[in-house]
Design a protein around this ligand. Structure first.
Ligand SMILES: *Cc1c(COP(=O)(O)O)cnc(C)c1O
Length: 439
């Protein structure tokens, strides 16, 4: 793939127009390219591992809509399932078998899941799982970890206070202090901090929510021992352990991080892959929790489009293909190839970059070769280096996330040749990044 000077003039015009009606020109902030500069690209069509912008530029995609498209863009079977469902009606607002079938598939895949409640986004799933945990325990305190993302509900947009076991502070304008104070934020990878918090406040903690594979602020892989300690402490103190597997669910394995680490949470949240590209989330777990959820119990939760038949069809088809075609084996092969190639490239040149990977999720940590396990250990100069790397890849036809802190996604639509081509582009883009000249 040679460097051809691409024209982005159509996207630039579209962005100017979009900014007159959409805040920042986008429907979700990271899409605005603020972290990497330049105008975001406006896309027109996509198929497999490639997509095309409105200027007719074609890119090999490693974002895949931030994870949902594990089978690639516009997968023919998923499209057929969606079309078939749509032809029978876009929404019923009443029960249908599609939601039963997808729930059955989730229960079959994930350890400890007996009941599933669908939502329309990951944000709703985590928000509702926390309400359920509070309703069941009769407690109010929520614990989360710095460097994990769980969507944008009030109680989750919270940063650590001044001490390890202090009350949280809003990390967004508009989040009431009183709500933030019910959240305690701890560092990842720190057993002593867990022990101290549970010793001091164990009986107040309704729930601990964690991305068992933190993949929204770099890829901060955790030690299994740390996760096991979290499981032990929550059990001992009667707190509900929520695995937020919105990004890792059905990606690292059919049973997500729970299967990967052999640790079963009390509740789990899903999104992204579960909808196969349509807006879907879910929270799930044991019957004893869900007996407390409306209409059975006093914890209220609802949704006009929850269990939407078209979205359920996309999710069902995606999970079926994942299982039938043993897609995770194929993804692991591709990902290993990418990892080996990038590692030898980095080693040969002594570039200060770490390649971090879990299954088909990968992250290039710029600025240091030691992979971080906590957000405050991510090298500070990485973002500036990534900005150069991102631009150099884009100009060579490889589309990476427009932020140094977002991970890459390999899909079943990638081929071995795509990986080989990517390694060539990465080599040139690294040269451009570290040469010091114009990338
Ligand atoms: C994407 C994500 C969310 C939020 O899901 P939305 O569908 O964007 O609301 C929550 N938690 C994790 C771990 C995610 O990756």
């Amino acid at each position: 793939m040679a460097v051809t000077p691409l024209s982005f003039s159509g996207s630039e015009r579209a962005f100017a127009r979009a900014q007159q009606v959409l805040p920042g020109g986008v429907s979700s902030p990271v899409r605005a390219f603020r972290a990497v500069g330049g105008s975001p690209l406006f896309f027109h069509n996509a198929a497999g591992a490639h997509f095309e912008d409105i200027d007719g530029n074609r890119f090999l995609d490693f974002v895949h809509s931030w994870g949902p498209l594990i089978l690639g863009h516009a997968h023919p079977e998923v499209l057929a399932a969606v079309n078939e469902a749509a032809a029978r009606g876009l929404t019923f607002g009443a029960p249908h078998l599609g939601e039963v079938e997808l729930a059955e598939a989730v229960a079959k895949s994930y350890p400890g899941v007996e009941r599933v409640r669908f939502t329309s986004s990951g944000t709703e799933a985590t928000m509702s799982a926390i309400r359920l945990a509070r309703g069941v325990t009769g407690r109010e305190r929520l614990v989360k970890f710095a460097g994990c993302y769980h969507g944008h509900s009030d109680g989750l947009l919270v940063a650590a206070g001044s001490g390890a076991v202090t009350l949280g502070q809003p990390s967004s304008a508009g989040v009431p202090r009183a709500v933030a104070e019910l959240t305690t934020v701890l560092p990842l990878d720190d057993e002593a901090a867990l022990d101290a918090l549970f010793l001091q406040r164990g009986s107040e903690i309704a729930a601990v929510i964690v991305e068992p594979i933190p993949a929204n602020n770099g890829l901060l892989l955790q030690r299994p021992e740390w996760l096991r300690r979290l499981r032990e402490l929550t059990l001992r103190h009667g707190a509900v352990l929520i695995f937020d597997e919105v990004i890792s669910g059905f990606r690292v394995a059919m049973g997500g991080a729970a299967e990967r680490y052999g640790i079963t949470p009390d509740l789990v949240t899903f999104g992204k892959i579960l909808g196969g590209g349509m807006p879907v989330g879910a929270f799930a777990g044991g019957k004893r929790f869900f007996d407390q959820l409306a209409p059975l119990g006093p914890v209220y939760q609802a949704g006009t489009l929850s269990g939407n038949p078209v979205a359920m069809a996309a999710g069902r088809c995606t999970l079926e293909v994942l299982r039938r075609d043993r897609v995770h084996l194929h993804l692991e092969g591709l990902a290993q190839r990418l990892e080996m190639g990038v590692r030898s490239l980095l080693a040969a040149n002594n570039w200060p970059v770490a390649f971090v990977r879990e299954g088909s999720l990968f992250w290039l940590q710029f600025g240091g070769t030691e992979p971080a396990r906590r957000d405050d250990r991510i090298p500070a100069d990485g973002a500036a280096l990534y900005k150069r790397f991102h631009r150099a890849c884009l100009e060579r036809g490889v589309y990476l996330a427009p932020s140094a802190y977002e991970v890459g996604f390999i899909s079943a639509a990638h081929t071995e040749q795509d990986i080989v081509d990517t390694l060539v582009v990465f080599a040139a883009a690294m040269q451009a990044t570290f040469a010091g000249g114009k990338p």
